[in-house]
Design a protein around this ligand. Structure first.
Ligand code: DLL
Length: 432
């Protein structure tokens, strides 16, 4: 069996649009009847559920933003009574109250199916031993992968994140073949294994499903090389269900489960929808959820969509790698910069580890940034001057590619915090 759900994964564009249209009509009616929040918004726009006929009418619907979720915390956007909920996840959020992710039994089953589709596409099979090192708990990563693995019927080892030495020991003892965690935690595991003298490439480990944070193609190759695996990608967000929104296939293309989460790309300043291929803010409408089906939710993730004839046979729309979140975008000397662009450049240098952070502060009225990174352990024996010269070469390359002048400092070995989950790339020292 090549796909988990061939019917949906390989649907013709026309059938998919019909399916999406029917689901959109149903969802709009569902929230209109149950949520004063959406009824008010739709009434204000003069839109009745009956006006929504095809998926193209989505443009008539209001947007939903993170603050709407905060203002309606914890269950103001939940369309079913508490007794119908079987699970509540939450995203940590940087400030204040978390974002809640409630599920009915039906929602949970759909989530499990979306995750099974993803893991199946990436080669997970019933005979795999899968080590799940995503955070277990309110974070959707741990349990999302758990549900997908359970559907497929592989053997799951729910380690959760952290205790890296033990992760490596279990990998050896249990014969782990698949690893689920964030890409930066995968690198932390790879580094620790190297320090312990364990060659991960000689273990049965053969694939990974990594996500929950931006990472570049260069980073993927580095992980593949150091672990001797295929490094696949998972994309998702608590507000839509968690992981399972998008997944990379055998051709490393990230397909979106567009029969569940309908994607649009909009211009973040005008909110006008943008055509395929153009970069903008990713917006999702839940088409099948019951507990919290959000309409036109602005993710703040910056990317573009494509229709591709993919060799995996899936017709599901393809999403380019997430460049970053609009919140993480820095404006340096008038140029928009995302940490992932800096990552790509650092990774061009074979002398460097994929370990870096960006320190932002103010120079007068302007933002200034500094890149701090670590070099490969063997570089530290070559003296201070060699390291300074390496920093200068990276700075020159950043200048040539991104067009900004920023200092690059090579920090001492071990100075950058090792990630066990989502890495913190930007250290903001700006005072308001
Ligand atoms: O990170 C869900 C998830 C868990 C996805 C495990 C994949 C694997 P949140 O904590 O709500 O949910 O964070 C969602 O993380 O809007 C993106 O900014 C970022 N993100 C998630 N996956 C990717 C990815 C989970 N593959 C936010 N590439 C999203 C880039 C990602 N960014």
């Amino acid at each position: 069996m090549k796909h988990w759900e061939t019917q949906y994964e390989t649907m013709s564009l026309e059938s998919m649009r019909e399916f999406q249209s029917a689901r959109l009509r149903d969802t709009v009616q569902w929230v209109y009847d149950r949520l004063p929040f959406y009824r008010r918004k739709l009434d204000e726009l003069g839109v009745k559920p009956a006006d929504i006929r095809s998926i193209d009418d989505i443009r008539r619907l209001p947007f939903t933003v993170k603050n709407d979720l905060r203002d309606n915390y914890p269950f103001g956007l939940c369309a079913v009574p508490m007794k119908d909920l079987v699970r509540i996840h939450a995203s940590s959020g940087t400030t204040g109250k978390p974002i809640t992710g409630p599920y009915t039994a039906e929602d949970l089953d759909q989530w499990a199916t979306c995750m099974a589709r993803s893991l199946w596409a990436q080669g997970v099979r019933p005979d795999d031993v899968a080590q799940n090192a995503y955070g277990m708990g309110l974070f959707t990563g741990g349990l999302g992968f758990f549900h997908g693995a359970l559907k497929i019927g592989c053997c799951l080892v729910p380690t959760g994140s952290g205790l890296t030495e033990r992760q490596i020991m279990l990998m050896q003892d249990f014969g782990t073949t698949a690893l689920f965690c964030t890409p930066t935690y995968a690198l932390t595991i790879a580094e620790k294994a190297e320090q312990l003298g364990v060659d991960l490439r000689k273990l049965p480990l053969r694939l990974g499903s990594f996500g929950a944070e931006p990472w570049t193609v260069e980073m993927r190759k580095e992980i593949e090389e150091r672990m001797g695996i295929q490094a696949h990608e998972a994309y998702g967000l608590t507000e839509m269900m968690g992981p399972g929104v998008g997944f990379s296939c055998e051709a490393y293309r990230l397909h979106l489960n567009e029969d569940h989460c309908y994607p649009e790309i909009v211009d973040p300043s005008t909110l006008e929808p943008l055509p395929l291929g153009e970069k903008g803010e990713l917006v999702f409408t839940a088409l099948q959820r019951r507990a919290m089906p959000l309409l036109r939710y602005r993710t703040r993730d910056i990317t573009s969509l494509r229709r591709v004839e993919c060799e995996c046979g899936r017709t599901l729309v393809v999403m380019d790698k997430i460049l970053g979140r609009s919140d993480d975008m820095l404006i340096i000397g008038g140029v928009n910069v995302f940490p992932s662009q800096v990552e790509s450049i650092i990774m061009e240098f074979s002398e460097m580890e994929p370990l870096y952070q960006i320190r932002v502060n103010k120079k007068g009225y302007l933002d200034a940034m500094k890149v701090e990174a670590e070099a490969k352990p063997e570089m530290y024996g070559r003296g201070k001057e060699a390291l300074a010269e390496l920093g200068q070469r990276i700075a020159a390359r950043i200048n040539a590619v991104i067009g900004i002048t920023v200092p690059v400092e090579i920090l001492p070995l071990g100075a950058i915090a090792r990630s066990e989950g989502k890495a913190k790339r930007v250290i903001d020292e700006r005072t308001a």
